[in-house]
Design a protein around this ligand. Structure first.
Ligand SMILES: *Cc1c(COP(=O)(O)O)cnc(C)c1O
Length: 494
């Protein structure tokens, strides 16, 4: 481990930026063979007077800088990453091959439709494939993330109500929901109304009835929910909402526990988002660029984002802008096309049987961990779970070691921490999602690490409380990191 705490030589040079020397360069441009132009004449006031202070480094220095940064990061390509709710499954490298094919990667966003028929066909087919998987009539690929998909779906719901001359304001959301759900409501001018799930971790239709009135626009439900349980009363709940003229938004982030086995559309959901980086193996990339398609039933079709990809009668593909009631454009051009190529490659690689197999393994792996970890740790809802399981630090209370300490110590064992202290309804929660990509051996290694940490908590709690010991940086001040983030390299004054 680089920079270990064991007193070894810290050979890690922190920043290549500081190592630059004036005039050093990693590239060479051909001699100018056109008349030189004064940039001021071209760009006027927008032109800089001085060159920006960028590091001047050789190619190996630049390369080492980025490779080193990648090694300082924890990655699914190096170790198991059981971060619950985030579905950190392996990203198949064939996806990368497909996305880099020059015919896809090199398309100009203004290229005329006749020159990008293949790309439009891929989008058309991906839409059909996703619609089939979730039981929806249509899909838009525009939104750039799951959260933006939520926003899109809620905009469509609002437009649907408005088209009928109504403007109900409330959206019912269970307390266990992901934080993006209430945020998407707020961005839409809707009011999130939280309500508690039943004692067994799922929403109970009977208890929900009291919250449904004329001002309810929709309910937002995640299925399976964020405690890893199947919302088995969903069809009844959907019927209750529909009876009152309200709609059902499905947060599809956990579709990886359903695909091939159950379809949200068949369960009563009207509109939902897909998180391609969770269910369909596109990379999770530092907040984007991503893709969060939205599936919807035919009733919502007039309000969908514009344009949509259609197939004309002569078989050619085209972009249809003739959508007068559309909520508009959600993303420049046609969204993040590279992600669509990756997801499509995954769909085709897996096929229907493969997707079902992935679902089965994801659920099997989570239940394997539920049983094995449950031998030592407190399982929050000890019943058959879906793709993720929640344990807590309850049996460590006497030792003073907390969920946070366990999470930090796991880094020393080479595992990414689970999601901690979420959902809020479980005290000291660790939300663990192994995904289908881990083998039984790897799951056992994780169980062994957790057992070792439990043992350490009893015999040497201080050691766990001061973890991590083997990572490049030790325990960080998370409050300070959130309140005063340093996101920018600033050159030292000469
Ligand atoms: C990840 C997640 C989201 C947000 O999706 P992003 O693609 O990260 O914006 C919403 N709801 C649930 C349940 C999630 O797990």
């Amino acid at each position: 481990m680089p920079g270990s705490a064991s007193g070894g030589i810290n050979f890690v040079e922190p920043l290549v930026f500081e190592r630059g020397r004036g005039g050093r360069s990693g590239s060479s441009a051909p001699p100018l063979d056109v008349p030189a132009v004064d940039p001021k004449a071209l760009f006027g006031d927008a032109c800089r007077d001085e060159a920006p202070r960028l590091p001047e480094v050789s190619e190996p220095e630049a390369f080492r800088h980025y490779v080193r940064l990648s090694q300082w990061n924890f990655a699914i390509d190096s170790n198991m990453y059981p971060l619950g709710s985030c579905t950190m499954k392996y990203n198949p490298k064939v996806n990368e091959w497909a996305a880099r094919l020059p015919g896809f990667a090199g398309i100009h966003p203004y290229a005329p439709e006749r020159m990008v028929q293949g790309a439009l066909e891929l989008m058309f087919r991906l839409e059909r494939g996703l619609a089939e998987v979730c039981g929806m009539d249509h899909v838009t690929l525009q939104p750039a993330a799951g959260a933006q998909g939520e926003l899109t779906g809620l905009m469509m719901i609002r437009a649907w109500h408005q088209a009928q001359g109504r403007s109900p304001k409330k959206v019912l959301i269970p307390e266990t929901a992901h934080g993006t759900n209430p945020a998407s409501c707020a961005l839409n001018g809707l009011t999130a109304v939280p309500f508690p799930a039943g004692d067994h971790g799922i929403v109970v239709a009977e208890q929900l009835a009291q919250h449904i009135d004329d001002d309810v626009a929709a309910i937002m439900l995640t299925n399976p929910n964020t405690v890893g349980l199947f919302e088995s009363e969903l069809p009844t709940i959907a019927a209750m909402l529909h009876d009152k003229g309200a709609l059902v938004y499905g947060d599809g982030a956990n579709l990886n526990a359903l695909m091939g086995r159950a379809r949200p559309g068949d369960l009563g959901i009207d509109v939902m988002q897909f998180n391609l980086h969770k269910t369909f193996t596109t990379p999770h990339g530092g907040g984007g660029p991503g893709c969060g398609p939205v599936g919807y039933k035919a009733t919502l079709a007039p309000f969908a984002p514009c344009p949509r990809v259609v197939q004309r009668e002569d078989g050619a593909y085209a972009l249809d802008y003739d959508m007068p009631d559309s909520v508009g454009r959600l993303r420049s051009f046609n969204g993040n096309f590279g992600m669509m190529v990756r997801a499509y490659a995954y769909l085709r690689e897996m096929g229907a049987e493969g997707l079902k197999g992935a679902t089965d393994l994801a659920v099997l792996n989570a239940n394997y961990l539920r049983v094995r970890l449950g031998e030592l740790w407190k399982v929050a809802y000890d019943q058959l779970c879906m793709h993720e399981v929640i344990i807590s630090d309850k049996h460590l209370r006497e030792t003073g070691v907390t969920t946070m300490d366990v999470a930090k110590r796991l880094c020393d064992y080479g595992f990414h921490a689970p999601t901690v202290y979420f959902p809020l309804v479980v005290k000291g929660a660790m939300l663990i999602e192994p995904t289908e990509t881990e083998t039984p051996n790897e799951l056992e290694r994780f169980v062994a690490a957790m057992a070792a940490i439990s043992e350490e908590a009893a015999t040497d709690p201080e050691m766990v409380k001061t973890a991590p010991h083997l990572t490049r940086l030790r325990r960080l001040d998370e409050t300070k990191a959130a309140r005063h983030p340093v996101l920018r390299w600033t050159p030292k004054a000469d």
